[in-house]
Design a protein around this ligand. Structure first.
Ligand code: SF4
Length: 340
């Protein structure tokens, strides 16, 4: 019998800083330094960024670090179209809000990003799956690469039927400290992203009121992580999640095993030669500001016009964040770890 293995197709391949990036149709990303002896990656331009499209949201979540409300404004996307067209093909664009599904130009924008060869994904709240079902299906038709669903109601089977219709690239997003053991069952057999608890804006007020409960949930999640790794299809973490859950220690991974899958820290910005060593950033298209990440203090965000090059914006987010940052970092850490 003749048979051929079905290998994922390469959908994008490019050079960035000291390395090449290859992205496959199944979502796998392989990064290889050009110099085989190099022990870290450097970046000329961002390989991915979070893009906030709106401050509108009717969710009213007590832990919302974006302070989004029903009075929040939508971004004027015509102001960032040129900027998007200057991204390298293969750049990953993580769309969020607020409730990004409420942006009136979302679907057209996703088609536009795809036409540029970019790889858009979106994060939506579970509570918006039903009310925005049509938009969600249109976004899927526009070839969104991934859909993250923030878990709010693990027992809502109708919502999970919608999630199943979204296909293979649906990822359930949970927040360390908010996720409880009684929620775990909803994650079994699924792809899961564990986000760190963001001690920022409404998230800060919520943490002050419920720090014991949040701390207990985080400790429990650490204990339960090996079981979740067995039962879930895949588990990943953002940087803050790595810091709060410490999967390397919890799962007993060696330095080598961890180095194979660790993508680097958002705030470890320069190597010893002054090269940029972070490949991500945050773009708030509502306020027209860029920053290291969505939790960067407001005074360390940089206004932009949309006429810049992405490489310049990346270096500006690093430079502005690192300037006189020691005092700020100590304060931030006290705020986070003092309460947790
Ligand atoms: S956390 Fe998400 S769903 Fe909740 S209010 Fe904020 S933007 Fe809306």
């Amino acid at each position: 019998m003749n048979w051929k293995p079905i290998l994922p197709k390469i959908i994008s391949s490019y050079q960035n800083g000291n390395h090449t990036v290859t992205i496959y149709s199944d979502g796998t990303k392989v990064k290889e330094t050009i110099d085989p002896k190099a022990d870290h990656f450097t970046y000329y331009t961002p390989e991915s960024f979070d893009l906030k499209l709106t401050d509108y949201c009717d969710g009213g979540c007590s832990f919302c670090h974006e302070n989004s409300t029903i009075n929040g404004k939508h971004a004027d996307l015509s102001k960032i179209n040129d900027l998007m067209s200057r991204c390298k093909e293969g750049t990953e664009v993580a769309i969020g809000g607020g409730n990004a599904l409420a942006h009136p130009n979302l679907v057209t924008f996703v088609y536009y990003l795809r036409s540029l060869g970019l790889i858009p994904s979106i994060t939506v709240n579970q509570a918006h799956l039903k009310p925005y079902y049509e938009v969600l299906m249109d976004v899927k038709k526009a070839r969104i690469a991934g859909i993250g669903i923030s878990l709010t109601d693990p027992n809502n089977f109708e919502d999970f039927r919608i999630i199943d219709r979204l296909g293979d690239n649906a990822v359930i997003h949970v927040i360390a400290g908010v996720l409880k053991p009684s929620d775990y069952k909803a994650l079994y057999g699924r792809k899961v992203l564990i986000l760190g608890y963001k001690d920022f804006r409404r998230g800060h007020d919520n943490l002050s009121r419920h720090s014991d409960e949040i701390k207990k949930n985080i400790e429990q999640l650490k204990k339960d992580l090996p079981m979740l790794v067995d039962k879930c299809r895949a588990i990943s973490f953002d940087c803050l999640g790595l810091e709060q859950i410490d999967p390397k220690t919890v799962l007993g991974m060696s330095d080598e095993e961890f180095a194979q899958i660790y993508q680097g820290d958002d705030y470890d910005m320069y190597d010893k030669d002054g090269n940029i060593s972070v490949g991500t950033m945050f773009i708030d298209a509502v306020r027209m500001e860029v920053a290291r990440s969505s939790t960067t203090p407001l005074e360390k965000r940089v206004p932009f016009t949309g006429k810049e090059y992405m490489s310049d914006l990346l270096s500006e987010t690093c430079w502005v964040y690192s300037e006189n940052n020691n005092e700020q970092t100590a304060e931030d850490e006290k705020a986070i770890f003092g309460l947790l």
